[in-house]
Design a protein around this ligand. Structure first.
Ligand SMILES: Nc1nc2c(c(=O)[nH]1)N[C@H]1C(S)=C(S)[C@@H](COP(=O)(O)O)O[C@H]1N2
Ligand SMILES: [Mo]
Length: 238
């Protein structure tokens, strides 16, 4: 797997095509970057170490999530190295360490997690700070229309309109399944956009930039809807 996903001549990202090829090959559609595949083996424990084919490393993890990353390898960040920056059209550009984030009031959002590739995990609890509270603390300027998210994998990005970003079911999450978010799931901090497809929930979140228009995110440049509402979740009139 390469670090960079380049569009092919049909404009589709090669990385996605490989994922779809994997589904066609009956390997459960799981895409695992080589460097992180070893971590899956660790997480899956003795079973995968006893498995000479290595195929158990390609199975969904016990929680039902499929690991996904467009970056070949991602640095690990912890309480001493993690930083989240909020900038752009705000009165007070700010940055937060992980302890600073966990000391803020925490909210809990439980929602089905649904990937466009066809897998789903029902009713997953996430805990963290409401994005709206971080935006209020930074002081959003009146001309601001949207929020752009960037990640310390150096590649992925996402976006929300200001109205979407202010919903109470949008979290800057520090816990998933009532545990600190593991590196493989985008920890220590990932976005969780409860009512939208999981591609909107940027892993390894490191930057929140308030903008005057929506800047389409990584997959959105390749045709994914910018408004990634799950079926039945789109608010009337949106
Ligand atoms: N930084 C980053 N965030 C990301 C992605 C990614 O490749 N990089 N993939 C998205 C997609 S398509 C899905 S389905 C989920 C996968 O999250 P998981 O690996 O915890 O299952 O993360 C989303 N957020
Ligand atoms: Mo996805």
């Amino acid at each position: 797997m390469t670090d960079q996903v380049e569009p092919d001549d049909a404009g589709r990202p090669i990385g996605r095509r490989i994922v779809l090829g994997t589904i066609a090959a009956g390997l459960a559609g799981l895409f695992v970057a080589p460097t992180l595949q070893e971590k899956w083996s660790d997480l899956l424990g003795a079973a995968s170490q006893r498995d000479p084919t290595g195929l158990s490393g390609l199975l969904p993890n016990p929680g039902g999530f499929r690991y996904f990353s467009v970056a070949g390898s991602v640095p690990e960040k912890d309480a001493s190295t993690y930083k989240l920056t909020i900038d752009g059209l705000v009165a007070k550009p700010t940055s937060y360490t992980l302890p600073q984030l966990t000391e803020l009031p925490q909210s809990r959002v439980t929602h089905d997690v649904v990937c466009t590739d066809g897998w789903q995990v029902d009713q997953v609890p996430f805990v963290g700070v409401r994005l709206s509270e971080l935006l209020d603390a930074a002081g959003v300027q009146p001309d601001a229309k949207a929020v752009r998210f960037t990640c310390f994998d150096g590649v992925y990005s996402e976006s929300l309109t200001m109205e979407q970003a202010r919903r109470p079911d949008v979290l800057v999450a520090v816990q998933m399944l009532d545990q600190p978010i593991p590196h493989i799931s985008g920890g220590p901090v990932r976005l969780f956009v409860g009512p939208m497809y999981f591609y909107k929930s940027a892993k390894w979140l490191s930057g929140i930039t308030v903008t005057d228009e929506v800047v389409p995110g990584y997959w959105e440049k390749y045709g994914y809807p910018v408004d990634g509402w799950l079926p039945g979740e789109e608010p009337a009139g949106a």
